[in-house]
Design a protein around this ligand. Structure first.
Ligand SMILES: *Cc1c(COP(=O)(O)O)cnc(C)c1O
Length: 397
């Protein structure tokens, strides 16, 4: 390394993380990210993916990706605004708009990129953003990028949001004010209180922005949290990801025709980063067709989620405030949570420990993500492990 200051920065900080047990070693899978995964030659029941509907490994998506790759190539060759827009991108966007019930949709390379793109395309230093304190990292970064004043409100606390909206409006300091929230919160699985948020937004003329990464494909017949509440015409920005329930990669913004027209000329990841590759786009189209034509996968997902949540509760565990398939098994103490997850791993179950600083101190949990393609046997195997380890650690009796 040429820079001594960089070398000492890296060494010091890496050592500090390792000493505090905060350094995450990344394991790699020896096959697909399915309901059972293989790591170091061992098979584990996988309760840590976002592959809610099993579409990441679905044959219809794989075939669509192969066909499009053969027809269009491996890459799209340019950014969307030069000549990287293939007919496939337009087809995907039209299908998504129909599915979401909005006038138009614009796709991006990831859900993360959507938040980098969309917030700063409309918000600036003269504006304010009311942001739920538990919003996803990409929302936080997207807000920072916009240079708007960020006002955090307590998680899903509608009185706090109302007061802060009122205060921001009354100050006369801001041109535009936005309220921004996750549709489904990924660490607890609770759903944003969108009807009340819309109510407050109407009262104080707020722009509404819902990032529905964990709601898409899961709620509202698959169309997401906004549809679940019947609010498709009342939310200005709906962000979706193509990387979770849709099973591939990418993200999109759904909204009015004018909003999408603006994003096409003013959102930087759209203008300056190469378009999604043809294989990924074709696989997404196949996934949306599946979601649109049948509820089968969604109902299997919810059946499995209920089965796992009921099973954990029967054993004496708490699954917290979840209202969705996201299933936290609340442990509390950070070290006990890590030990629990490690013991699950040894017993053939892959479920990640989530602890401070990702969640508040004392609320450590093992997070379980059941999917549509887990079998009852797999879930029973996981529940058996939970029972054994819970007893062993004195957490249940
Ligand atoms: C996962 C997630 C993202 C990122 O989506 P990617 O497509 O994986 O980049 C953005 N926002 C929220 C709320 C998420 O949960």
């Amino acid at each position: 390394m040429t820079s001594r200051s960089l070398a000492s920065f890296l060494t010091e900080n890496l050592e500090a993380l390792k000493a505090n047990g905060l350094y995450n070693t990344i394991q790699s899978l020896e096959g697909p990210n399915g309901p059972v995964i293989t790591i170091d030659g061992r098979e584990l029941v996988n309760l840590s993916s976002n592959n809610y509907l099993g579409l990441a490994n679905d044959d219809r998506l794989k075939q669509a990706a192969i066909r499009a790759t053969e027809q269009y190539g491996a890459g799209s060759g340019a950014v969307r605004t030069i000549n990287g827009t293939l007919q496939l991108h337009v087809e995907l966007e039209e299908k998504l708009a129909k599915f979401k019930g909005t006038e138009a949709v614009l796709s991006y390379q990831s859900g993360f990129n959507c938040n980098m793109a969309a917030i700063s395309a409309v918000m600036g230093p003269q504006d304010a953003i009311l942001s739920d304190e538990l919003n996803h990292a990409s929302i936080i970064d997207g807000c920072r990028l916009s240079r708007a004043k960020v006002i955090r409100y307590s998680h899903s606390d509608m009185e706090d949001l109302r007061n802060k909206a009122k205060e921001a409006r009354a100050s006369g300091q801001y041109e535009k004010i936005m309220v921004i929230t996750d549709g489904v919160f990924s660490m607890d699985g609770d759903i944003a209180k969108l009807p009340e948020i819309v109510d407050i937004a109407e009262q104080f003329d707020l722009i509404t922005y819902v990032d529905d990464a964990h709601g898409s494909g899961v709620l509202g017949g698959g169309a997401g949290t906004v549809k679940h509440f019947g609010l498709s015409h009342k939310i200005d920005f709906q962000i979706g990801t193509l990387s979770k329930a849709v099973g591939v990669v990418g993200g999109y913004v759904a909204g009015s025709r004018e909003l999408i027209d603006w994003l096409k000329v003013r959102s930087r990841p759209f203008l300056f980063s190469t378009a999604l590759p043809p294989g990924a786009v074709a696989a997404c189209i196949a996934a949306i067709d599946i979601l649109h034509s049948s509820q089968e996968l969604q109902s299997k997902l919810w059946d499995n989620a209920r089965y796992l949540q009921e099973g954990l509760k029967k054993l004496g565990f708490s699954v917290g405030a979840t209202e969705t398939p996201i299933t936290p098994c609340m442990i509390g103490d950070e070290a006990a949570t890590q030990t629990f997850s490690q013991r699950l791993y040894e017993e053939g179950v892959y479920a990640k420990a989530i602890v401070f600083p990702t969640v508040p101190k004392g609320t450590g949990r093992v997070r379980n993500m059941p999917t549509a393609i887990h079998t009852r046997d797999m879930l029973d195997q996981a529940l058996d492990a939970y029972e054994r380890i819970g007893r062993e650690l004195g957490l249940i009796h």
